[in-house]
Design a protein around this ligand. Sequence first.
Ligand SMILES: *[C@@H]1O[C@H](CO)[C@@H](O)[C@H](O)[C@H]1NC(C)=O
Ligand SMILES: *[C@@H]1O[C@H](CO)[C@@H](O)[C@H](O)[C@H]1NC(C)=O
Ligand SMILES: *[C@@H]1O[C@H](CO)[C@@H](O)[C@H](O)[C@H]1NC(C)=O
Ligand SMILES: *[C@@H]1O[C@H](CO)[C@@H](O)[C@H](O)[C@H]1NC(C)=O
Ligand SMILES: *[C@@H]1O[C@H](CO)[C@@H](O)[C@H](O)[C@H]1NC(C)=O
Length: 737
Amino acid sequence: MDRAALRLILLGVFLISASSHPVKKQYVDIYSFYINSTVTSRYATTVITSRVANTVNESQEIQFEVKIPKNAFISKFRMTIEGKIYDGVVKEKQEAQQQYSRAVSRGESAGLIKSVGRTLEDFKTSVTVAAFSKVTFELTYEELLKRRLGKYELLINAQPMQPVADFKIDVHIQEKPGFSFLEVKGDLSTGDLANAIKTTRADKDAWVTFYPTQHQQTKCESCGESGLKGDLLITYDVERSSHKGEVMVSNGYFVHYFAPSDVSRIPKNVVFIIDRSGSMHGRKIHQTRLALLKILSDLDEDDHFGLITFDSEVKTWKNELLKATKENLETAKSFVKEIREGGYTDINAAVLAGVDMIHRHPREGTASILILLTDGDPTSGETNKDRIMANVREAIGPKFPLYCLGFGYDVNFDFLTKMSLENGGVARRIYEDSDADLQLQGFYDEVAVPLLTDVQLKYTGGTNLTKTSFSLYFNGSEIVVSGQITDNSVESFTSEVIAVSKGSNVTYQETVMVKDTSDVPPENEDFMPRLWAYLTVKQILERQVLLKGQEKEDEKKEALKLSLKYQFVTPLTSMVVTKPQGEEVEVADKPKEGGEEPDVDISTYNANYPSGQTFDLLAAPDSWPSSLETLYDSVYYYDLEPDSDLHIRSTYTQTAVTEFPEVQDPHYLYIVLPSTATLLIIAGFGIFWICRKHRKTNQEVQTRGEEITYADPTFYKRKAHKSIVQEEDEVVYSLQL
Ligand SMILES: *[C@@H]1O[C@H](CO)[C@@H](O)[C@H](O)[C@H]1NC(C)=O
Ligand SMILES: *[C@@H]1O[C@H](CO)[C@@H](O)[C@H](O)[C@H]1NC(C)=O
Ligand SMILES: *[C@@H]1O[C@H](CO)[C@@H](O)[C@H](O)[C@H]1NC(C)=O
Ligand SMILES: *[C@@H]1O[C@H](CO)[C@@H](O)[C@H](O)[C@H]1NC(C)=O
Ligand SMILES: *[C@@H]1O[C@H](CO)[C@@H](O)[C@H](O)[C@H]1NC(C)=O
């Protein structure tokens, strides 16, 4: 019998009216919407300005909602209403929380920023505006663009919710070494909108403008009646005439960008440690196989590799690392094709087996890498996470990095982050989605070509430096170090990089004249201290998981001090947004980094149907996803009390999960509505309450009389358990609209 696995989320057939934010769009005129982004040496500052008029003769609530990159820190938010300015103020989180709880106790709501999807956060607020009055919203955020696979990406999202008469995106990029290429992509560059984009390039500057007319704003693939909706993605790279990197000095600060390409690749020893526990069932294991097959094809002939799969048992393809010859790759691929999911998760034994494999292989003149892919907690063998981390740390020594890829939302990402940081690597999320295999390959591509190992950067006269020691440098990436200069009167500043390239030591030395500040245009003079603060805060926050006691507190204090000084909304601070008198105070917090859960919006579907009837949901509101494939990705599952009357019943016939989207039409979901409104209300409130408390429910369901594994909504920390769902069982679903 075909096993069907759906990922379904929580539910939201609600009697409670869901319209908590009545936005009368038609009575609101966004008459101007500007996005102004300035990038100076990879440091991007973006200002979004939205000017809105209340066009009716009574006061109403006007909403401002924008999406910003997760990597960015918000540094300013301002509302101007009838000439009066309301600035958001960044405060220590606790202090802001106190203000926040006072607001809550007055029955006011709060919480302005939430994480959406993989790369963006949503900032949303609203304010009441008098009849025929105007409001200006202005939001500023800052980020350091990271080089990945040979390029920087500046992502700008625009969805003003209506066509705007005066809409402008202005991007100005200043890069001292000049550009090797620059491209504008994203859904806002498609169709008719492409004509609205202008790119101008000079020696060290590039400008991208996007001025679509009101008419054009309704004419792109992802736009419509409600205007523009999508991303503008500007990708570029800079010229690198000097392999010593680019050193810039200004006002007592420096930044060093180091990305040499004059060295040859170092052969690598790579071991893939692949989770094949039961929870990998279905699409995840399928995508993992696909990705591995592709990755194996990309190995270089002088690479050595090993494959380990594990559930409660550890299985190796071969006992030692083998050269990536054609024959070896063929047998490895057959091994990969046979990977099947099974039991529990013994991360400890699997990683130790991988470490042992690398240790037994001669490593002179090579770079060793361990890549762990898992989708869950350790549940077999050693399950104490501290002991696992200690074991792994001891086994690896600081000899080579461990990269951890956390697949899906059930992983303990904090644990993976900590374990990889302790061992010189990083943890990365692999989002459960149709492109998970590409995400896995993308990660591999980033680490595919090691160029240097044991990279140490030194700066005479430099202080308060960001991270200066890196175990590996990969082609296509970039090392960035920033710091302060102790003696600002020195004439020159010297950087020195010592690293190992294919077994031999290499040194790069560069001296720049401090007085030569002509390269930094006056209006951006202050970017360097901000860049330094941004990088320092990011790295301290990352290191926090590794530190303990006083050191941890001291570093945290330092990061807090900088966040407050530069008004960054970081995980340590909150922005308090005060509004005109009589309105609530709101608090903006940065969503937790790396630990985001899918956004479960349960309050959006208002099932206002007569009771006792059956509805075809696909024929219902337009906003329901129209294909089951999307449905699986955005639907979560929740099982109600067995005798409750509120159901949406799944009656589709078949989902061949291993060959995923091959589902046949028609797929129907039905809502069977209860006979009495009372039951509905009770159930609705119950669910609402549970959802509020446990917005983390996420699990796989296997229907058709098979076992299902799902999270117990009564546990905050999700503990998987199993139960049987019969084919005819009625379960409750909801869509994320
Ligand atoms: C963008 O910012 C630059 C520099 O601050 C300014 O000169 C320009 O007028 C701004 N453009 C818009 C559309 O606000
Ligand atoms: C707003 O205008 C309508 C007619 O356009 C009128 O009936 C109503 O009384 C006005 N409301 C206020 C508060 O002036
Ligand atoms: C590094 O990547 C660039 C393209 O981004 C490529 O041209 C170059 O050959 C690569 N270097 C090595 C050593 O593979
Ligand atoms: C920078 O370092 C100096 C000591 O070298 C220290 O006194 C100072 O507080 C540091 N400044 C910041 C902002 O970290
Ligand atoms: C590289 O430098 C280190 C110390 O600086 C030294 O121990 C090592 O022998 C050198 N390796 C080579 C290949 O020169």
